[in-house]
Design a protein around this ligand. Structure first.
Ligand code: DGY
Length: 330
């Protein structure tokens, strides 16, 4: 008796950590028994996750589920962990590998949408969009004033991109539409992209010291933990606008707060935070020069649907023992 009795044992058992639309559930139901946490906006409690992972053949999860070593060690039948995200820092890959569990993610499909939101944050912060909206909502809009809510230009400014992967390239491409001077720093140079987009490689310090806009687009790993720290902010120009749509812990948030509060940089556009979700009393939200969003980089209807479909497909491929389209390479 392993808790899986009562349903057809020939069908694999899949646990979905969030409520998914019928179309996605029915894709899985054709070949699996589906168990689903019925809420869309809150994750299951750890006790439910533990209980489900113990009996599941596959788990459909996302960025806010902590699929750690102790959880993975409890799995008795698990073959696939498929996350509806490109980033998989929330999954203990080594623990999964040890148990021969395959891990899948969703690269590519969300790159354009995330690049769109990166640019949204860049522009909203530069042109003080949240402050302008507050002025209207608070009935503070007086007569037209010559220097009221003046921000800074985006066109012809220097855009520095740290991490030139798929999303970085698409942010760079968007910058060309604004005649920006595009520079990047990456572990390896990208000659083809340099040629196609006209971006120039730059050492990290020079990029930090000379860019008007700095977007960080690296994955979160041990090496990128607090990559953007006090020293990095001190190198930036006083008019620099910093944008992060990758992962919160890449940035030392205390150092960011100090830099913004002391006027060492101009502003920040943030979609991700060190500990999510943040609440209204988070120190960064007390600053007028911060545009903050609740981790919605890939959140267009179209893209989220494609990510969910891709994740369900990875599960089906994994349980059939087929090649998985986007398996995390070890
Ligand atoms: C990802 O895919 O890693 C995003 O952060 C989730 O939208």
């Amino acid at each position: 008796m392993d808790g899986r009795e009562g349903w057809n044992v020939r069908k694999p058992y899949v646990f979905l950590t969030r409520k998914m639309p019928d179309g996605i559930v029915s894709m899985l139901e054709k070949e699996c028994v589906v168990s689903m946490w019925e809420k869309e906006e809150t994750p299951p409690p750890v006790s439910r996750l533990e209980e489900e992972i113990q009996k599941a053949d596959a788990v459909f999860c996302n960025v806010s589920d902590n699929i750690n070593k102790s959880l993975i060690e409890k799995a008795e039948h698990l073959k696939v962990i498929a996350t509806m995200a490109v980033g998989y820092n929330n999954i203990d890959i080594k623990a999964a590998e040890k148990k021969n569990i395959r891990v899948a993610h969703t690269p590519g499909v969300l790159s354009e949408t995330t690049a769109d939101l990166t640019f949204t944050l860049l522009m909203a912060t530069a042109r003080r969009v949240p402050e302008g909206m507050d002025v209207i909502k608070n009935n503070e809009w007086g007569a037209w004033a010559p220097f009221f809510l003046t921000g800074q230009d985006i066109h012809h400014a220097r855009l520095g991109i740290i991490g030139m992967g798929r999303i970085g390239e698409l942010v760079a491409k968007r910058g060309t539409g604004f005649d920006m001077d595009i520079v990047y720093h990456n572990r390896s140079r990208k000659p083809e992209m340099e040629k196609a987009i006209g971006a120039r490689f730059m050492e990290m310090d020079e990029l930090l010291e000379t860019s008007d806009y700095i977007c960080v687009q690296t994955p979160y790993t041990e090496e990128t933990h607090h990559l953007i720290n006090k020293q990095a902010f001190q190198k930036m120009k006083r008019n620099a606008i910093f944008v992060n749509t990758s992962r919160g812990p890449i940035v030392d948030e205390d150092a960011l707060y100090e830099a913004l509060n002391n006027g060492e940089i101009q502003g920040a556009g943030l979609d991700v935070f060190e500990n999510e979700p943040i609440r209204a009393d988070h120190p960064l939200l007390s600053l007028p020069n911060v545009t903050a969003l609740p981790h919605i980089g890939s959140a267009s209807k179209n893209t989220r649907w494609k990510m969910a479909e891709m994740t369900a497909n990875h599960i089906l491929q994994g349980i059939r023992g087929e090649e998985i389209d986007h398996e995390v390479k070890r």
